[in-house]
Design a protein around this ligand. Sequence first.
Ligand code: SF4
Ligand code: SF4
Length: 335
Amino acid sequence: MGLTRREFVKLCMGSTMGAYLLSVLGPGFGNQLAFAADEKPVVIWLQGASCTGCSISLLNSVDPPIEKVLLDVISLRYHPNIMAASGHLCGEVLEEIARDYKGRFFLVVEGAIPTKDNGIYCTIAENKNIELTMLQAVNVLGNAATAVIAAGNCASFGGIPGAAPNPTGCVAVNKVVTKKPVINISCCPFPPEHFLGTVVYVLTTNKIPELDRLGRPKMFYPKPIHDECWRRQYFDKGQFANYPGEEGCLAMLGCKGFWAMADCNKRGWNNKVNWCIKAGAPCQACSEPLFPDETEPFYGLFPMTNKEKVSYNPVVPQQTNYDYSTSRKSKPETE
Ligand code: SF4
Ligand code: SF4
């Protein structure tokens, strides 16, 4: 049985995720939601060239529990991993949604879209003995949806499947869907809070959230992680860890938190248990189009001299006096 509006609001706002969303979207958000939850939003979830990590991330949602999200908050009509249907039934579902819910459903795309040789390297369904490629499905469904959510770095920017030499010609969703807004939720994997927050924002306001120049909701990708990093005090004091586990800022170990426009420091991962930098892992700027081709070496002082090659300026040289040319001389020998 579905939730009433009141139960829906209670579920969303009484959870860890809800508390985070309230802090981002403002205190009036819960009330707005009460008047917007009449109908569960229909969601189609397609997987292209991906590792399924974004689906796992969604399924890791603890509070609210994922079964509530999938059964009561949204109406998930198609998901390759968790739907019971198989074979031609799947192709028919996609056809029905595109026809019966035109302009009234969300399309979530996980993974990049192979385009080489007309997309034949990623076939996702078959209907009436005709194969459906990911490229065709995203093109047709994307342009029929209310809005398209590109889940994760692969869908937002090409990510790992689109890394050089990119043999299957993988591209981001917004290279295929051109008539509807594409909302990039670009962390790798994508955070479930960003997904639910984006869906309820569209439902409550009837518009898509304000996006940054890379198509990401500004409310979730506000500023570089470095600005309010948990280890920033060490950076400011010039105390750098030289090996994993040593106390200090992780810049010498390959941290790219100055480029990563994300909210991981505030949101946390795995139901707020921890996040990369706090756990001792240097940020790899997985929220950025630079990832992964331009963020190597992953574990070693990042060569800031690369900055001419990238599409936007690193923040650190403008915002601090930190001298990377000097610090590189003392980089760990293990790099
Ligand atoms: S370089 Fe990385 S670890 Fe150091 S303060 Fe910045 S974001 Fe944090
Ligand atoms: S801290 Fe950096 S690497 Fe980790 S999830 Fe956030 S943006 Fe990605």
